[in-house]
Structures are given as C-alpha cells and as structure tokens.
Ligand binder design. Structure first.
Ligand code: BGC
Length: 245
C-alpha cells in the first residue's frame, strides 16, 4: 500500500510517498522550510503544497510535534500556540482533500524504527529520542507503542530538558560535541533510572552525526543511531495511517 507520509517539524515540513510493506520511500522526499510561527491555516496550506507536489489523491499520515489524542492536538511547544485544541486531522484533510491520520512525530519515528530499522525484532523496553528543534520521545515494550510520552519536557535545571539538549539547543549554545554529548548522557542517565530501557535509539537529523557525539554519551543500555535518521517521521506517519481503519 502507498501512503503519503508527512512530517511537520519546527523548521520544515517534509513528505514522501511510502510503501508501507517495505518502509521505503517511493519518490524523492519533498521539503518546505517553515517558520515555527505559521498559524494553523498557513501550515495547512503548506501541507497541501506537499500533497500537490506528489499530485496525491490517496491516504495521508501526518506526524505533528505535540501530544495527539485521537485527531486532536493537545500541545504545541515549538509551533504556533493556536494549534492547541484543534482537530488536526480535520484541518489537514480539508486543506489536502485527502483522508488524514494524525500521530505524534516521535511516535511516528518510533514506529518506523521498530518495524524496519534500529529496533527491529527488539521485545524489551526500547526508548527512542528524536533530537531536533525539540526533543521527542517514544517507548516500546514487547514491540507495542506507548503513545505521547513527553520526556523532552522533563525538568533539567528548572526548565524543559529540550531547552538544553535538543539539536537546536546545541547550536544555539555553541556547544562542542563533547560538552553536549556529556549533557545528553546525564539526561539519559536520569531516564534510565526511571525506565530501565534495554535499547536507546537516537533519531532526528543529528543522528547521522552519531560518531561525533556517541563517544561522550555514557549509557547502561545499548545506544544506537536511528537507521532512518531524519526520514523515520515520514515513514512512521505513513505506517500509522496504514493501520488506522
Ligand atoms: C513536543 C513533542 C514532540 C517533540 C519533537 C516536543 O516539544 O512536546 O510532542 O514529539 O517536541 O518534535
């Protein structure tokens, strides 16, 4: 089955058609840069532009960087605050004319990695973090997804951890890979004390540079980069839509 997967991020919207049987993109990814301040109507128009690029008529899976219950958006830490309370699936369905399923972006990335990537076949507790504009998290146990974990907002020195350990925070703070890696390690240590994962997967664009910072990140669990790097969100959003009846 082919489904259009779209990943809404803090700085860009990316999409591609996905073969949900193999997890492969069937066309080259299309990306539009977006300022985080885009209000829902403008964001919906941009999502529609992605669908139009592929002349898409079929189903669409969309990953959104916030807590999602059903099709409703409950939080929007790094995007426009007026997304909160909106029926996201209805908003994007109206704009694209397609049938839309909505999922948290990190949950989407996790689905892709567990099905086809770095977590394939792992039954024990697996924690995946996406490091980008924010920090997304997702937990799996026995291959099953526990939705909407928000470990990126665990307080660290009095504010959301994502303010200091996201990939964007590393750049903003001008940190060397070594310093940032050590801070990331301390944060993971706190999560390990609470969750005891056997595998930790690091996703987001920065996961393609894991050789630069993994040496400074000390964890008890096995630590691996995501196999899909930044494309996990696109693939996983399509998988989510494929499983929605
Ligand atoms: C949001 C999460 C999202 C993460 C990554 C956080 O700020 O609260 O829902 O998964 O950013 O985009």
């Amino acid at each position: 089955m082919k489904i259009l997967g779209i990943d809404i991020g803090g700085s860009a919207i990316k999409g591609a058609p996905v073969d949900t049987k193999t997890g492969r993109l069937t066309a080259e990814r299309f990306r539009i840069e977006t300022p985080a301040v885009l209000a829902p109507a403008a964001m919906a128009r941009t999502v529609a532009e992605v669908a139009r690029h592929f002349r898409w008529r079929g189903r669409i899976g969309i990953g959104f960087p916030g807590v999602i219950q059903g099709s409703r958006i409950l939080t929007s830490a790094n995007l426009h605050p007026t997304f909160i309370g909106r029926d996201g699936a209805a908003l994007f369905a109206r704009a694209t004319g397609g049938r839309v399923a909505l999922v948290n972006d990190a949950d989407a990335a996790g689905l892709a990695e567990m099905r086809f990537g770095a977590g394939r076949g792992v039954e024990g507790t697996t924690l995946l973090l996406t490091l980008g504009t924010g920090v997304g998290s997702v937990l799996f146990q026995g291959g099953a997804l526990y939705p909407n974990t928000e470990f990126g907002h665990l307080p660290l020195r009095g504010r959301s951890a994502e303010r200091s350990i996201s990939a964007a925070a590393r750049k903003r703070r001008g940190l060397h890979w070594r310093e940032w890696g050590a801070e990331l390690g301390d944060y993971l240590h706190r999560l390990e004390e609470l969750l005891w994962p056997e595998l930790i997967i690091i996703g987001g664009g920065v996961s393609s540079k894991s050789k630069k910072f993994f040496p400074y990140v000390k964890t008890r669990a096995r630590l691996v980069p995501a196999s899909f790097h930044n494309e996990a969100g696109i693939v996983g959003a399509a998988l989510w839509a494929a499983e929605k009846k």
